[in-house]
Write a protein that binds this ligand. Sequence first.
Ligand SMILES: Nc1ncnc2c1ncn2[C@@H]1O[C@H](COP(=O)(O)OP(=O)(O)OP(=O)(O)O)[C@@H](O)[C@H]1O
Ligand SMILES: [Mg+2]
Length: 334
Amino acid sequence: MSEIAPALSVESVSVDFGKRKRMRAVSEVSLSVAPGRTLAIVGESGSGKSTLARAMAGLLPIAGGSVTLLGEDFTKPRRAQRRDIQMVFQDPYSSLDPSSSVGSSLEEPLIVHEKMSRVDRSRRIAELLDSVGLPVDAARRFPHEFSGGQRQRIAIARAIATNPKVLLLDEAVSALDVSTQNQILVLLNDLQVQHELAYVFISHDLGVVRWLGDETAVMYMGRVVEQGPTERVHTQPAHPYTRALTSAMPIADPVGRESRKRILITGEPPNQFKPFTGCIFASRCPLATTTCTTTAPPVVPNAGGGSSRCHHIDAFPVQAGMPKHAATVALTTE
Ligand SMILES: Nc1ncnc2c1ncn2[C@@H]1O[C@H](COP(=O)(O)OP(=O)(O)OP(=O)(O)O)[C@@H](O)[C@H]1O
Ligand SMILES: [Mg+2]
């Protein structure tokens, strides 16, 4: 996706769950993110975002494909490589032990990955707290003494403790109120610029992604159906599913709201336990034809950058000057 050598890339990665009844949760995904850039991954619940992130982090075995971190194979991660890629989750309690002081939580990765004296470690802890906007005395306190936003700052401090090159942020701001979300996004942006961090930013919230993501990949049922520069994906979505997602976004301007046309997408997603041919979105797509149910869609380059997988991209010509939400489809997921 970028001309700069990627910090992290996955090539045709698949992930399966289940032994006797196999379920393909991620199917042949190829994506990359460059140093200092953000790749956003969006998609509804169960589309495989977290599974892909865990495979990228080397926390889940992959059924096929390859993962490359900083130019080196990361398909079977070596211990020394793990410090270069860290995750931040929605709930800081999953990364912060409630019975450990903040200082001990921050010290742990330093003990595991760095050869540092006790004095150097406490200096580093103070530096980390400062870099996420927390006072030094936070080290002596415990997670429950902090607000959700502050806890997320602690989780971020812990994630950057070993100077990683890549952060995987899985719904990292989703549990926070809007103003706290914004503060954390500003912090993430500052840290990214300072350390040339590559972010894989996972969210179901397209608004957040639009603010942060340089590139956006849209997942549906384990597949990336569309990817490209974030602004293009938002303003000129090509794939019918992306159109559905963008139309589900709250509209700020009243003009857009009036001209909005709702086309409800119904139908059931396919059973992921069964072998699959054709387009994964066919059963719910208003444009589906017989070809869609029998033949995997080609990767079609989009005007404005990126690509989408659809047999009918031509059915959605991008009209210059068209109001953002003039002709959209709404997705019913329930
Ligand atoms: N450990 C597991 N064992 C079996 N199936 C799993 C496991 N983890 C996830 N799945 C299944 O894999 C699919 C993808 O799940 P995943 O959690 O990656 O989705 P997601 O996009 O992160 O969803 P959400 O937005 O709800 O976090 C789902 O069908 C889920 O039920
Ligand atoms: Mg998830």
